[in-house]
Design a binder for this molecule. Structure first.
Ligand code: GLA
Length: 392
């Protein structure tokens, strides 16, 4: 293979890894021509403490554009074509930095050190008890009070055979939000000419610590966050999910989806069962806010986790991941109190998130896949968001 341009051996490895991942995609979607996209870097504002924030704009050969900033590694916008070729922004967020700093329900952000909840912010590791910041009722959510969504990441843009992108790096100090060890995290966004946004996560630590990184983009494939997502059709490749208590902490059970509103094994409108308040799990979540246990069919590596089809525009989103789970969140906490991009008011369920992840509260559930990273080990995880259109 020929490298068009590269900045370091590490990025060559990333490009190689991205190509290997592409090999896991169906043959019809493979394309070996060199990336023709662009990446630009511009100032985006200043935080109240004086830190400068920059904006990275990635554009691929088909005009798909992803804008991400160094604050929280936040994806601000994704412009993708509908079936007539019209480009619209398919994620929720704000026009300016100020909105994200003032109040954001994790719009577009990198979430860590541990995404999702840890019960009462407590866990035991190697015989020691840890108390994390609690920021969601009694529980710890999405890394705590100042999680990875609220720090400024260092950024390096790149262009390679696999596409154009940005490598974000952040060092979380020992004791950050109560977590043990210094964690060095790296998150890479690559926009390919196969119309995929590839998210690669990497981390190392100097003491054992839980790690569970994810991406919290709110999608609305109809475009511009103008209406609810209840008509979007969703497939999740999961035979089971992890039921929760009233504070959204898993009970520890792995329950079958068959016969419940959680059965998304076939494409089903998000809204068709979302208000079944007689279902205790729907009641606890106020809709969907649950971790699905992905069917890997014994295969390691990337697996097809979810597909979303927006029937009016024909836009589709396919999600592939190396993770064992995905949190499907149906935007239940959106209530019209946020005015987002271009003055659009985000009402109830105007966006949804598919947060690929290890299961919530894993440090307290020995039967869940472990989230503990030890010194000398490497945390690696990949999620691919693939954009396309379908004809009626
Ligand atoms: C995750 C959580 C939800 C909510 C959203 C952001 O999806 O599981 O309960 O916190 O993030 O509001």
């Amino acid at each position: 293979m020929t490298m068009v341009r590269h900045r370091s051996a590490a990025l060559v490895l990333l490009a190689l890894a991205a190509q290997r991942a592409c090999a896991a995609r169906p043959a019809a979607t493979r394309d070996h021509s060199p990336a023709t996209g662009r990446v630009t870097r511009t100032p985006f504002g200043t935080l109240p403490d004086g830190q400068a924030v920059e904006l990275l704009t990635l554009t691929n050969a088909h005009g798909i554009e992803v804008r991400a900033m160094t604050y929280g590694g936040i994806i601000l916008s994704v412009r993708a074509p509908d079936r007539t070729g019209r480009l619209d922004d398919i994620v929720l967020g704000y026009d300016s930095l100020e909105g994200y700093v003032r109040k954001s329900p994790y719009f577009g952000a990198i979430v860590g050190r541990v995404g999702n909840r840890i019960a009462r912010g407590r866990f035991t590791l190697d015989g020691r008890s840890y108390a994390l910041a609690t920021n969601n009722g009694p529980n710890h959510l999405h890394g705590g009070i100042v999680g990875f969504d609220k720090v400024v990441w260092a950024a390096q843009e790149f262009r390679s055979d696999s596409g154009v992108g940005v490598v974000f790096t952040h060092t979380s100090p020992d004791g950050d939000e109560g977590y043990p060890g210094t964690l060095r995290a790296r998150v890479t966004y690559t926009l390919t000419d196969r119309d995929e946004l590839v998210v690669d996560y990497h981390a190392t630590t100097d003491r054992a610590t839980p790690v569970n990184l994810t991406q919290h983009t709110y999608w609305n494939l109809a475009g511009d966050g103008r209406r609810d997502v209840l008509g979007h059709e969703l497939m999740i490749a999961a035979d089971s999910f992890t039921p929760v208590d009233s504070t959204l902490i898993p009970t520890g059970e792995i329950a079958p989806v068959a016969g419940t509103p959680f059965d998304f094994r076939e494409l089903t409108p998000i809204g068709s069962r979302i208000d079944r308040r007689d279902d205790q799990q729907i009641a606890h979540g106020g809709g969907y806010d649950h971790n699905f246990v992905l069917d890997r069919r014994g295969a390691a590596g990337l697996a097809h986790a979810a597909r979303v089809v927006e029937p009016t525009t024909g836009r589709t989103l396919d999600v592939y991941t190396t993770e064992p789970g995905v949190q499907f969140y149906s935007g239940n906490f959106l209530d019209g109190s946020i005015t987002g991009k271009q003055g659009h008011v985000y009402q109830h369920r105007f966006g949804f998130a598919l947060e690929t992840q290890h299961f919530p509260d894993s440090p307290n559930h020995p039967n869940f896949p472990t989230t503990i990273l030890h010194p000398g080990e490497e945390y690696r995880s990949r999620t691919v968001f693939a954009f396309a259109v379908t004809r009626p």
